[in-house]
Structures are given as C-alpha cells and as structure tokens.
Ligand binder design. Sequence first.
Ligand SMILES: NC(=O)c1ccc[n+]([C@@H]2O[C@H](COP(=O)([O-])OP(=O)(O)OC[C@H]3O[C@@H](n4cnc5c(N)ncnc54)[C@H](O)[C@@H]3O)[C@@H](O)[C@H]2O)c1
Length: 333
Amino acid sequence: MKALVTGCAGFIGSHLTERLLKEGFEVIGIDCFTDYYSREIKEKNIENALNHDEFEFIEKDILNMEEYPEVDYIFHEAAQAGVRASWGKSFEIYTRNNIEATQKLLEFYKNKRIRKFVFASSSSVYGDAELPMKENSLLKPVSPYGVTKLAAENLCYLYWKNYNVPIVSLRYFTVYGPRQRPDMAIHKFVKAILNDEEITVFGDGTQTRDFTFIDDAVEANILMAKSEIEGEVFNVGGGSRISVNELIELLEKIAEKNAKIKYIEKQKGRSCHVDILLGHRSRCDAGSYAVCSLPIACYTTGHSRRIVRMDHQKCCHKVETVCKEIRRIAMLI
Ligand SMILES: NC(=O)c1ccc[n+]([C@@H]2O[C@H](COP(=O)([O-])OP(=O)(O)OC[C@H]3O[C@@H](n4cnc5c(N)ncnc54)[C@H](O)[C@@H]3O)[C@@H](O)[C@H]2O)c1
C-alpha cells in the first residue's frame, strides 16, 4: 500500500509518516519547509523517515507541482498553521497553503482510484460554539486561520459529494507531544520555564483547552484510513481538558522550577473554552466503526470527574515526554 503524506516534515506529518512506515506502507512525503519555523527543526523531524528504504521525500511546494504521486491513501497535513499569525497581510499565506493547495490536490485525485483522502482540519472551525463542540455544531470560526481550515474542509466535502473522492476530515484539538511546533503553548511554556523567561498568558488563565497527544492524533488517521467511512468529519481530542493555569502548574512540577507568568488581555481569534466529543458516539456504541477502539474515544462533557482525573494523570506522563524532547531540541539549536 502506498501513502502520500503532505507536510511530512511538520510536527504531525512526521509522526504519521513514521507510523505508516511501521505499518508497512510505502510512504511518499511532500514538504517545502515553509519558513513558519526553522528548517533545522523540520529536517530533524524527518531524520528517521529518511533512513527508511520505503520512504521517498519530495521537497516541493504543493502548489508548484503539476502532478502528484499515484498512491492509495492521501494524508493531507500540509498547511500554514497558527491562529495568531493569520491576521493582516499574512492571510494570503493561509489562503494559499490551506485553501488553494487543498483544492489542487483534490482536483488531481478526483479521477484517481484512491482508498482514502484524510484531511487535517482543526477545532478552530468552531470558533465560540457552545459546549460540547460536536461535529454538527454551528461553525463560526473566529480567526482567519479557522476560516481557511473550514473552507478547505468544505472543499473536501464537495469533492466527495460531486466526484466521490473518499474524504474524511479530522478536526484536531490542540495536539501536543515530542516535536510539537515551537509556536505552541506547551513547547513555549516549557522552554520559558527552563530558560527562566516570562510566560505570557492571554486572559486570566482559567480558559480550558483540550489537548490531544500526538499518538492519538496519528491513531485517528490510521483508523480513518482503514475504515469504510467517507464524506464525514470527526473531532479528535484527548479528553484531558485542562486550564492554562493548571497546565503551567503541571509543567512547573515536572521541571521542578517556578514559572514567571505575565497575564495580558485575551487575544482575538481564540475560542476560550473548548471541549470535545470524538465523533458519532451512537455509531461507536453500536461498534460499527473502527473509531470506537481509539483510546481517546467518545467522551462527552458530561463525563465523570473520575475519567478527567485518570486522563490528567496520563496527561502528566505525556507532558513529561514533551519536556524531555524540548530539552533535546534546546541542546541542538
Ligand atoms: N498541531 C496542532 O495542534 C493542530 C491543531 C489543529 C489542526 N492542525 C492541522 O494539522 C496539520 C499539521 O499541523 P502541524 O502542527 O504538524 O503543523 P507544521 O507547521 O508542523 O506542519 C505543516 C507542514 O506543512 C508544510 N507545508 C505548508 N505548506 C506547504 C505547501 N504549500 N507545500 C508543501 N509543504 C507545505 C510545512 O513546511 C510544514 O512542515 C495542519 O494542517 C494544521 O492546520 C494542527
């Protein structure tokens, strides 16, 4: 089986690539090393894959390619990520890499015999939607980034509807783990604590987020690729809802150091409270879909405190692995 991973040198794409190789796939990766963060970090991300015989790397911009590899599966991870940077003039980078690149891929694969096209969407499509954020909630993004991810998700849907491209969109809720992007909260907080630098918190820090461990996000991709589902959208969350203040406390404990925190006004374009419901609970209960075997599956907002505490412990362990990784990166650069 052959798979294409776009954005293979990024945080999620590089983990997914390694997992697919482990599963026995032949993997072709495309990445153009956009300058959103350092090329050096991205080169390290794909180091392991590059040593693998079944991996082929194409260093190209999706939009500068005339055609794409003949494959069975497409995992479209490439994008311009980041909510904060999506305002103003940089919006055109977002429309280009998130909307136009997705359209070009869909246009190419619409007449090919592919098994699945999995699109990396985002919880940012919800904006300030009511909790719990369900796949059928009203979608009103509150950031330009969210608007571009929603547009790309809609493109996926319409290529499924009109051309039967077997798409599935996965709405990730803040993914964390080794190789996390340097602009993301856990990475920045750990680095600041280790370097005795100030952590800037938007608002009072009581806002909660749902963090998803990288392995769970990767697992969701694999399960979706293997399942019969198409034309649908799934939330992918970790079930470990935690406030920014609690997260910092946790990192302080792990790093055995106090953080210097500066609270500033809440930023535009961030949904304050997010929660998850990993897709289509009733179907999971009926056991119809592989997704029910996800370790992260199917928690509703009504879930008991016991589950939250259990997840919190797991979260501590996983955050520890992130700390180790960030120490490693800090030593490399
Ligand atoms: N990390 C998260 O928490 C999160 C949350 C929600 C959604 N997502 C989505 O998941 C996907 C992966 O996110 P990530 O955190 O790994 O981001 P990342 O920035 O680490 O990876 C994206 C990769 O895509 C590449 N890329 C961008 N535009 C390209 C183009 N035109 N041609 C070729 N390569 C291109 C970049 O060089 C980069 O290596 C993105 O689609 C993002 O929107 C991520």
